[in-house]
Design a protein around this ligand. Sequence first.
Ligand SMILES: [Zn+2]
Length: 407
Amino acid sequence: MLASASDAVNALCTFAQDQPLADFGAREERVLEVGRALVATWLGQLAGAAGPRTPACPKCGVHSLNAVRRRRKPRTMNSRCGTVYIPRVRLTCRGCKHSWLPLQSVLGVDAKQRTSGGLQHWEALLGGLTIFAEAAQLLETLAGVQVGTETLRTHAEAAGTELEGEQRTAMAQVEATQEPPLGYAPVTNDQTLVVEADGVMARYRDRDLDGTLINGEWHEIKLGLAGGWQDGELVNPSYVAARETASQFAPRLGTEAARRGALDIVDWRGLGTDGGGEEAVLRRVVVIGDGAKWIWEHVATTFGSERVEILDWYHCCQHVGTVGAALCGVDTPETSTLGRSGQGSALGARSDGLAEPAHTTPGADGGTPKGAEHRTRLLPRQRPAHAVSHLPRAGLAHWFGCRGVGR
Ligand SMILES: [Zn+2]
C-alpha cells in the first residue's frame, strides 16, 4: 500500500513540475484522477488481505496450512471506489480433496457478483431520483464510477422489488391482525395525525427497451403522506407512492397510516346487551384531498369513523370557481361573489350552500350547465358533522392556500 501511495505522490510531483502554469481546475482534475486510482488500488489490496489466518477445510475441518493453493484470475468488481481487482486463490484440502475460495465467503460476495453492495445502493438511490441513463451519468460525473444504464436499471429495480415485497408483507400483516406493521412510529399524542392523498401524472418511459423514442407514456402515480400536525405545521411526514388503482393504493396508504398511529385505540364505547362487545374508538385521522373521488371513497374509508375529511383550500377555490364560471360566465361579478361566499362557507365547514346553485339554477340553454354537476358533487364530501373547529383552522387554511396538495 505504501508503494502505491508513493507512486501517487510521485505522479502529483511530476505533474507539478511539468505543468507550473496549470490552473486550479486542471490541478483539481489531476488530484481527483490520481486519488481515485489510488483508492481503487487500496480497496483491491485490502479486500485481498481478507480471510482467516489459518483457514480450516470447510468440509473435514482440518487445518489447511498445507492445502494446495491455486491462483485464479482476479475478480473484477465495480465499487464506490471504482473498478477493483480482487485476487482469488483456490485452496484444495490434501485430506478430503475439497476445494474452496476462502476470500469470497469472508467478503460476502456472491460467485457471480460484479458490483459491490455499496455501489448497488448508490445506483438504487439515483435510479429512484431520475431516469436511469441520467443516473449513470451522474455517478460518473460525481464519483468517477462508470456503470452501464442497464446494470443500473437492474440494481435499482431489484432494490425496488425488495422494498415492494416488504410493503406487501406489511399490508398483509395489517389486514390480518389490525395491528400496526413493523417500524411502528406514531405521531405524538399532542399532534393530529394527518393523511393526504393525491395523484400526479408522470412520464413513465421516454424510450422503449429497443431504444425507440416513446412520444409520451404518461401514467398517474398515486402519492400518500402520513404525518403529524402541530402548531400550524406538518411534522415528520412519511410517504408512499405507487402506480396502481385506488383500491390497491388504499391499503398501502392505510398501512403507512397504521404505522404512524391510525390504529391506536384511544377509547371504547357502547356495551352489547350481553355486557360485552365494546367498539374501539380509533385515533382521529384528518384526511386531506383535492376532491378526487377515489380519495374519499377508497382512502378515507379505510380509517375509523372519527376521521375528518377536508377538501384542500386550493382545490376548494378552484372547484367553486369552475362552478361559478359554468353558471354565470367567466369573470362576471356573480362568479366573484359566488367564489367569495363559497370559500367562506367551506372554511366554516358549511358545505350545504355550496352544492345548491348547480342543482337549482339552469344553465344558459336551460339545462344543467356543462361541468357543473360533476364539480359540485365534489364539494359536499366534506363532513359537516365533524366541524373543522377541532383543528387550528386558520393555520390549516393558510397552509392549504400556500401548498395545495394537488399541485
Ligand atoms: Zn478437507
